[in-house]
Design a protein around this ligand. Structure first.
Ligand code: FEO
Length: 395
């Protein structure tokens, strides 16, 4: 693959993973890329690497610009192996004595991953590294999204190398925001909802601190997906909205069903919500991936979850979605639980307890119907949906 020139002397030498569809449980329907950046000055710096199976491609891409042995400095913004997996290959190739800049925890974590004795230079917040005419400044971004995470800022060019931040699992030859289509923001939202939402308060704090400092950012280069060169403010504004967990006038009705009774209830609840003017989306769990469900949850004002009772428990797929959702810590939600049952009927209570544990504001006890919903049962579901819609409208 031909490296992408970002600016004079600055290249993306990363790789595209066209065919990945499951990224540790996240559905990557658009594939992804592992971006790595070469900055050529008096000293040559490589910022991040790629997943191990792509190491030869990375070397090949670098070789189109410069002999890899001329790399003087490697920067590792993050230890997760989609960005560090090729480090052993790279360090061996360029010379293991070359300095490796990373956070203090990055140095510890890289040793834990690769059992090596590289020439680590753990950096402090705000530390500079002069390359010649250009300067790299390191910014600690702990827990965004690993303890070792940091950003690297190229001062003279006003370019932020943001590791996973502002990334998207989006494979394409369209490497810049002004080239990518409408799916770009969809993928950026999905990335935030599934990778970063858990750390929303830290992200908000970081962005507010950066904005207050007046640091100029002309371009954001994440380690996945496209580079924000035309309008980096677009993704920064979206991150501010998402990290504040702002919601829209929207509800999701997430359910699974055994004999269509819970589905009938879900559709009736959705009808009731819709009657209040609130946008609503019923989501059958086995027709949607949990990472897509989470993307819809991100900006929904109401999350209503339905489950049949199976073996005195909620349905296993419902438990899967709830435990995934709980880990990501969505906030500012109205909650609802409902479901059908045959004889014992514990699921609705169990689902409600999970939503309450997530601090969702429960509207009212949700409908719990035996076997097949009759007209009165369907009417109760519509009324429940109406109450949820009104709660959303009340804001
Ligand atoms: Fe793209 Fe946290 O790795």
């Amino acid at each position: 693959m031909k490296p992408t020139k970002i600016a004079d002397g600055i290249y993306d030498v990363g790789v595209i993973d066209w065919n990945i569809r499951d990224f540790h449980g996240y559905s990557t329907d658009r594939g992804t890329s592992y971006n790595a950046f070469l900055v050529i000055d008096e000293k040559v710096a490589l910022i991040d690497t790629v997943k191990a199976p792509f190491a030869d491609q990375l070397i090949g891409n670098i070789s189109q610009i410069i002999d890899p042995r001329k790399i003087d400095v490697v920067v590792s913004n993050h230890t997760e192996m989609d960005h560090s997996g090729s480090l052993p290959h790279i360090m061996h190739r360029i010379g293991e004595e070359k300095p490796l800049y990373c956070s203090k925890l990055g140095a510890q974590n890289l040793v834990s991953h690769f059992s090596n004795n590289w020439n680590y230079h753990p950096v402090k917040e705000g530390e500079d590294l002069r390359l010649g005419a250009r300067t790299l400044t390191f910014m600690e971004t702990r827990m965004i999204h690993w303890p070792d995470s940091m950003f690297t800022y190229l001062k003279e060019d006003h370019i932020l190398f943001s590791s996973d931040g502002f990334g998207q699992h989006y494979a394409g030859f369209d490497k810049f925001d002004d080239q990518a289509g409408a799916d770009l923001m969809v993928q950026a939202k999905k990335y935030f909802a599934n990778i970063l939402l858990l750390y929303a308060p830290r992200i908000l704090n970081l962005i507010e601190k950066v904005v207050a400092s007046g640091i100029r950012i002309d371009m954001i280069c994440p380690d996945h997906g496209v580079i924000w060169r035309k309008d980096p403010g677009r993704i920064i504004d979206a991150y501010l909205r998402w990290s504040r967990q702002e919601t829209e006038k929207k509800a999701v009705v997430i359910y699974d069903t055994m004999w269509k009774s819970t589905e009938t209830m879900a559709n009736a609840i959705a009808e009731g919500i819709s009657s209040t003017g609130v946008n609503v989306k019923p989501i059958h769990i086995r027709s949607s991936h949990r990472s897509d469900i989470m993307t819809d949850v991100l900006d929904a004002a109401a999350v209503v979850v339905g489950s049949p009772t199976l073996n005195n428990q909620m349905f296993p797929t419902v438990a899967d979605v709830l435990i995934y959702m709980k880990g990501l810590k969505p906030a500012n939600k109205i909650g609802g639980a409902f479901g059908s049952y045959g004889w014992s009927g514990e699921a609705v209570k169990l689902v409600a307890e999970e939503l309450e544990a997530m601090k969702f504001k429960m509207v009212a006890p949700g409908p719990r119907l035996q076997y097949v919903p009759d007209d009165a049962g369907k009417a109760a579901c519509i009324e429940y949906g109406r109450q949820i819609g009104e709660a959303v409208n009340a804001g």
